[in-house]
Write a protein that binds this ligand. Sequence first.
Ligand code: ASP
Ligand code: ASP
Length: 395
Amino acid sequence: MPIQRKTPAKKTTRKTHPARLIGDGAGSSSTPPKKPSLILLEDSVVRSRNKFPTPQFHGAFPPGFLHPGSSISVSHFTLQDVGRILEEAAELEAMPVFRRAQRFAKRRVALLFYESSTRTRTSFELAAKSLGADTVLVSALSSSIEKGESLKDTGITLRSLGAECIILRHPNSGAPYLLGRATGLPILNAGDGSHEHPSQALLDLRAILAHFPAKKGETARRKHAITDRTLDGITVTIVGDILHSRVARSNALLLPRLGARVIFCGPEVLLPEYAAAIGTGVEIERDFERALKQSNVVMMLRIQKERLSGLEIDLEDYMEQYQLHMERLAAYAPTAMILHPGPMIRGLEITSAVADGPNSAVAEQVYHGSIIRMALLARALDAKPGKNERSSRSR
Ligand code: ASP
Ligand code: ASP
């Protein structure tokens, strides 16, 4: 029996299509915002992201748009940027702890979290602390903060209190752009609605590179330069709720640029046909076992029930077709590396035997997350806005 949708297909698909939901409250399940609170649709970068297919925007921010230390979308990074971030990560990883703690001593970093998080928040916070920075956490979870103006005001308040960088998690796709424009500070996107989770894609990349040792003669290439061939021959299958996943989106925007093949796998209700148009190098395979046979890396995703907005999934069917369990893994991808961004719903998309089994690299992902987040923070705190960059004060 196929996975059922109890609400009319067209209507809900349109409602939840992440590419069309920039800034319109994609993430809030219970209280859809009345009006787009993010008024950035006028800006070229945001406007172009709202079209399909996703534009290729690899490079510096246009002058005056956002602080150059920001990490909001992987599409802003050139391959050179990615290489530099990985290099910085390796340097910070190798640095003696006490020296690392001097690197940004007493600099101020704010974490602004409008959605819950364990890994991302903790690893950003510990990363900032291990660089010597002072951190403050503002969590909007328990308040009924309205989006838009109050996000802007909160950002301005944090800046007035001396924050030099803001790490933002927000249920609305595009919120980091608003905060960046409002404050002029570097913004690190820790997940915005169904849009992006760039630090997750970078940590997944680092985990993949560490897992597949470079062949002879490739070490230099892997270590010092990221190219469009770095992940040649590697097929990454991303499985499950692709429609709502910012992790899937950031990975699918990044990995094919390094030569990887990305397969999206899932039922139509969570993976519409148009998803493959996100970029070249991305394909759809509905049959999980056929996808597994081709995979070197399998990334399992949680069903994002907070973003389903009326979609109803028949979980029994879903598990029958898409759960990663030991028999399936052993039969179709016995050597594949298994990733999961967390939180894992054991017994639903993945069984405990797989999550804790020899193929699982979930713990490695968390480790690489803390290193990558140090590198992104270093990039943010080192960057200076250029002459042409206007801060919000001049607007
Ligand atoms: N990676 C997820 C996060 O954003 C997992 C979690 O929330 O525990 O933190
Ligand atoms: N932790 C990831 C995110 O924040 C994935 C998830 O929540 O399922 O997007």
